[in-house]
Design a protein around this ligand. Structure first.
Ligand code: SF4
Length: 114
């Protein structure tokens, strides 16, 4: 079973009823749905907070504190597919920044649930 970390959009998590109510990223990881392809163990769930400057060091710290290196890092569907999009363009840059910082492959998107 793959070990994964998920990065989500804190702006959406804090204000969208769907995310805190359903935790679709966690369901998709558990079921192996969406971009996960197989049931996966979530070892860290990190919230981006505007304007996103702390996200790369926070992901690194979450991995360090969990003492488990994930096989993959996922950017949540609400982060990469947001409409209107992230005002700080983090959906475009975050994958590269987090990948460079951690050396771990970053996948854009988690689930296809509506
Ligand atoms: S910077 Fe963008 S991705 Fe991060 S919390 Fe704000 S809106 Fe969401």
């Amino acid at each position: 079973m793959k070990k994964v970390a998920i990065v989500s959009c804190g702006s959406y998590m804090d204000s969208g009823y769907g995310c805190p109510g359903e935790w679709r990223c966690l369901k998709a990881a558990a079921m192996g749905d969406g971009q996960f392809y197989e049931p996966s163990q979530v070892i860290a769930f990190v919230k981006c907070e505007c304007p996103g400057r702390s996200i790369a060091p926070n992901v690194e710290m979450a991995i360090k504190l969990s003492e488990i290196k994930p096989d993959l890092i996922y950017l949540s569907s609400c982060l990469v597919n947001a409409k209107p999009g992230c005002p700080n363009k983090n959906d475009e840059n975050l994958a590269r920044i987090v990948e460079e910082k951690t050396g771990i492959k970053v996948i854009s998107g988690t689930h296809d649930y509506h």
